[in-house]
Design a protein around this ligand. Sequence first.
Ligand SMILES: [Zn+2]
Length: 115
Amino acid sequence: MTEAQLEDFRSILESQRDEVQKNLKDHEATLNTPSDNRDFVGGDKAQELENNETNTALVKSEENLLQKIHHALDRIDAGTYGICEGCNGSIPLPRLEAKPSVSLCITCQEAHENG
Ligand SMILES: [Zn+2]
């Protein structure tokens, strides 16, 4: 990978990071708003719980993604970006372009997911 390509990935990852951080803040704010303070009349408690669960799941997956993005940025700094953490092979460029935060090649990813 060339220096220019690395810098491209860095800026993509940085804007993804900013976006995820913003979403995360929004969702956390929603979760931390006590229902008493909401405009909530007569209450569908089940619906509210469901919304909270959805938000909790969102926050979890966003935290997860954020961690991966940070990790990818660290790897750019360390000069190991684009190298599979499983087999030390290079991750194909189209895969990185589709998902810049990946740190495993497809083979290792599949092995990882299958346990
Ligand atoms: Zn691999």
